[in-house]
Design a protein around this ligand. Structure first.
Ligand code: DLL
Length: 433
């Protein structure tokens, strides 16, 4: 562990620390951010009336639209001369959300990511290749700072140029790879095509992967291909970037960085808190952020708090791996499904690979879903009977496991576009009213 004094702090002290950080934070956002002043007043929430951590539940939520409405700098709590970095979401689905960082914010973020490097068995001799995109996306620079903070040697590759990624991994003895899980899969496949077996010819022993959901089945496949353990890392640009939570080597949930964040799980329909162990929407309050603090931010990510302590010794609570986002959930003829659940079903078929895409459209008044999934190179794609039988069996498995009717089409290897950042698993062609 990278910061044992913090990561193994006893719960009572940790919660005291959270309360000590939360009280002045609420006062600060109320005084400095007009949005919070107005929203606290409207909800009748007194920022100075907080006595226990539970009192935070009386505060109103913050949602993505609030950040958009205050574009670009309306949610900053510090003067501009204290801001040393800006990141922003791509804005493909609306106005971009902008997040600023002071130097202290970057330091805290570096610490959070550095914990992941420790959990991926990093040492000061480690060489970490960062194949997350650099730029306004938080993946590249977040991993970069975390690697340097840890004391590893960082190779700032960014995404793309996949053959070169493989060559440098081999030449530089890279032992930690940080990128999205789908890009890690693409790197592993590319290495194999180059005649390099990543499990034996490369020295990668840890991967720090996040930014998109991945089923347990695909994770195991990737780990096997790469001959390395995958540490799942979670984060979102509005809250900080990668490092809000990350797995330890036991891979039994992601430890929240509870010295910097308070997490709640709420029912996505009623917004009432749910008990530990129950799935719901993750809500995060930042405790130490200076520039862009957030109170009860609704992430739209579906997870649950895992009850009990982790055997690794870290006292910070764990969330389960992200099941999906409330806005990614497909409602197929009245049945709710996340793409990850479809992935869980199809990965049971050795004939198909990790590459699939769901195309959702409207036929008549109903949602129709087409699943395109690539076969593995060894599959005899030219025998029509084999193809039809496979399609039929996958369709039956989806119907049996998820109760959804999906039109399955198996396609040849390498026909689905590989993304270097987040893989596009769902194409939604439905017309919205
Ligand atoms: O994806 C930050 C990040 C970079 C996290 C690198 C991990 C590694 P955004 O682009 O703002 O930020 O997207 C945030 O991605 O709300 C989740 O829906 C999803 N997500 C992030 N990490 C995971 C994960 C970055 N480990 C959104 N598992 C979040 C599943 C994830 N989904």
């Amino acid at each position: 562990m990278y910061q044992p004094e913090i990561e193994t702090m006893d719960r009572e002290r940790l919660e005291r620390l959270q309360l000590e950080r939360l009280k002045p934070l609420l006062k600060r956002v109320y005084e400095r951010i007009p949005f919070y002043h107005a929203s606290f007043d409207e909800a009748g929430f007194d920022p100075e009336g907080l006595e226990t951590l539970d009192d935070l539940r009386k505060a109103p939520f913050t949602v993505k639209q609030d950040l958009r409405d205050n574009y670009p700098f309306g949610m900053f709590a510090v003067p501009r001369d204290e801001v040393v970095r800006i990141h922003a979401s791509s804005g493909t689905t609306g106005t971009a959300t902008v997040v600023g960082y002071t130097q202290a914010d970057l330091d805290a973020w570096s610490d959070c990511f550095a914990r992941a490097v420790g959990r991926a068995h990093g040492t000061k001799d480690s060489t970490m290749q960062v194949a997350y995109g650099y730029g306004l996306f938080t993946g590249g620079l977040g991993a970069h700072m975390g690697g340097e903070r840890f004391g590893a040697t960082v190779v700032p590759m960014s995404t793309g140029n996949t053959k070169r990624q493989v060559n440098l991994m081999r030449d530089f003895d890279v032992d930690i790879l940080a990128c999205t899980p789908s890009y890690a899969m693409h790197i592993a496949d590319t290495a194999l095509e180059m005649g390099i077996d990543p499990a034996t010819d490369l020295k990668v022993s840890g991967m720090i992967c996040g930014a998109e959901p991945m089923s347990d089945e695909l994770r195991r496949e990737l780990e096997q291909k790469m001959g390395a353990q995958l540490i799942d890392i979670y984060g979102l640009s509005e809250v900080m970037g990668p490092g809000v939570a990350c797995e330890c080597e036991l891979q039994d949930g992601l430890h929240l960085a509870e010295d910097h964040f308070i997490a709640e799980i709420v029912d996505p329909d009623t917004f009432e808190p749910v008990p530990d162990g129950q799935w719901g929407e993750l809500v995060i309050t930042t405790l130490s952020k200076e520039c862009s603090p957030l109170i009860r931010y609704r992430t739209r990510d579906i997870t649950r708090i895992l009850p009990g302590e982790c055997a690794c010794g870290c006292t910070h609570r764990r969330i389960d791996r992200i099941r999906g986002r409330t806005d990614d959930m497909l409602i197929i003829r009245g049945v709710n499904v996340f793409p990850r659940q479809v992935e869980e079903v199809i990965t049971a078929f050795p004939e198909v690979s990790a590459w699939y895409q769901l195309v959702v459209s409207t036929r008549g008044d109903l949602d129709a879903v087409d699943l395109n999934v690539e076969v593995v190179p060894e599959f005899d794609f030219d025998t029509v009977r084999e193809v039809e039988s496979l399609q039929r069996r996958i369709r039956a498995a989806l119907k049996g496991n998820l109760q959804i009717a999906v039109n399955v089409r198996v396609v040849e290897p390498k026909t689905i576009e590989r993304a270097e950042s987040k893989q596009k698993r769902v194409i939604d062609l439905r017309k919205r009213g």
